[in-house]
Design a protein around this ligand. Structure first.
Ligand SMILES: NC(=O)c1ccc[n+]([C@@H]2O[C@H](COP(=O)([O-])OP(=O)(O)OC[C@H]3O[C@@H](n4cnc5c(N)ncnc54)[C@H](O)[C@@H]3O)[C@@H](O)[C@H]2O)c1
Length: 413
């Protein structure tokens, strides 16, 4: 088999030299996601945290304590992100606000000449995506999208096997994501398609980014989504919130648990009105002619949240689960003795297969070296073309020809 290789050149050698705290960060959206990113950032001597912005004073307090204990100094506090962006001492921002803010905040950050680590998705529709990419290009600054799976040993290993020709030409592929924890999507800001563009865009933009990275440009896209379980009748209760509920489901949050919950709210995940779905299938045909199907559902068993990938090539096939960090290889015209198991690492599925510990440090590498990030503008563009194209296909009940999208939304270069 070909050697496992990584696509992050800076990971191979010693860390680039940079003065202590030389890249000064601001964080906009001090919630659950930015927490891990900020902790990892502060653990690296090259990054410093100067300022934080959130509309929730408790989150500001929490991050301020974190900064003081990690860095030994406090931060400047903002409730309006534009004020943080006006701070000329800040070189780079992490934007980890709810999805509906990504576009506006990223565009403004680039106007103010900041480097941007933007959590996914890269906008909630292609107009927004285009504006982000144009602003990034005009600024000359670095953009990285939170496509953390690109940094996981598992997907780096899968890509390396496919691209090295170890399975011949890729001919067909299928993938699945199951996520038990997705019940929070039916609460708080997450539950509105107006906020996230649709659950496919919110959740499997990650996967579409991977498939572009591994298999190349798409040609046609079709998708189906539906709401099968997180709807009235999914549980024997008519309550609209956990507070009114007499028949607690496994997602029940008691009143005293609301403050500490992910969404800080306890709407009934079945009965509270929402306009997002809970399962889908996306079918992509790539320019090579290869087709790939991607399934997603949120009603899997709690013990089965995971991602699966299976790629069949002209000389062999690979298949594996992210949580196992391993693929099985089968030779097309071989026998049982040719079956191999290739272990990429032992990090498990947590933290996106290990990627959570890596991505922000690789963003620092890109800034120090003055280059594009691995999940940079091209990744932000093609992942969005595929997943936003899939959302259009599902909404408009038609096959999307990618040429139609790229003609209207060309890559800004
Ligand atoms: N890359 C990944 O795998 C991954 C994983 C989880 C979440 N995310 C993304 O990260 C983002 C945040 O998710 P989260 O789970 O941290 O959500 P969250 O709700 O925990 O955090 C969002 C934070 O933004 C703050 N906020 C809201 N509006 C604001 C505004 N106008 N100005 C400043 N602050 C504001 C909120 O008070 C909250 O503290 C989402 O876009 C999500 O898609 C990415």
């Amino acid at each position: 088999m070909g050697k496992k290789k990584t696509d992050t050149p800076a990971s191979a050698g010693a860390k680039p030299a940079a003065e202590k705290g030389s890249i000064r960060f601001g964080v906009i959206g001090c919630g659950g996601r930015a927490d891990g990113l900020t902790r990892t950032l502060m653990s690296d001597k090259r990054g410093d945290l100067l300022a934080i912005c959130d509309i929730d004073p408790e989150q500001i307090d929490h991050y301020e304590k974190m900064a003081k204990s990690s860095l030994g100094h406090g931060t400047k506090h903002y409730t309006d992100y534009k004020d943080l962006l006006d701070n000329a001492d800040i070189d780079a921002v992490i934007i980890a606000t709810p999805d509906q803010w990504h576009h506006e905040m990223a565009v403004e950050a680039f106007k103010k000449k900041k480097h941007v680590f933007l959590e996914k998705p890269a906008g909630t529709n292609l107009d927004q995506n285009q504006a982000i990419l144009k602003a990034a290009k005009a600024s000359g600054k670095t953009l990285e999208i939170g496509y953390v799976l690109r940094y996981s040993p598992f997907y780096q290993g899968v890509r390396s096997l496919v691209q090295s020709g170890d399975i011949g030409n890729p001919l067909a592929a299928d993938a699945l994501e199951e996520y038990y924890g997705a019940f929070h999507f039916y609460r708080g800001w997450w539950k509105s398609k107006g906020n996230n563009g649709g659950i496919m865009i919110q959740k499997i933009c990650h996967d579409m980014d991977l498939w572009y990275w591994i298999f190349g440009k798409p040609r046609k896209i079709v998708a189906f989504e539906s709401l099968m379980n997180f709807k009235p009748g999914g549980w024997d209760s008519k309550a609209k919130t956990c507070n009114e509920c007499k028949n607690h489901c496994p997602y029940y949050i008691p009143p005293e648990g609301v403050k500490a919950s992910k969404t800080k709210s306890n709407e009934c995940v079945y009965n509270d009105p929402h306009d997002i779905t809970d399962n889908c299938n996306v079918l992509v045909q790539f320019e090579s002619g290869m087709t790939m199907s991607q399934g997603m559902n949120f009603f899997n068993a709690v013990t089965r949240s995971d991602r699966f990938i299976h790629v069949v090539g002209s000389t062999g096939e690979i298949s594996g689960w992210l949580s196992e960090n391993m693929v099985r290889y089968d030779k097309r015209h071989g026998n049982d003795n040719d079956v191999k198991y290739l272990q990429f690492s032992t990090t498990g599925a947590d933290g996106h297969g290990g990627g959570d510990q890596i991505q922000i440090l690789k963003f620092l590498d890109a800034l120090v070296e003055g280059r594009e990030a691995l999940a940079g503008r091209e990744s932000a563009y093609w992942s969005s073309i595929i997943i936003m194209g899939a959302q259009m296909a599902a909404d408009q009940n038609r096959v999307i020809d990618v040429k139609e999208l790229t003609a209207k939304y060309p890559f800004p270069g």
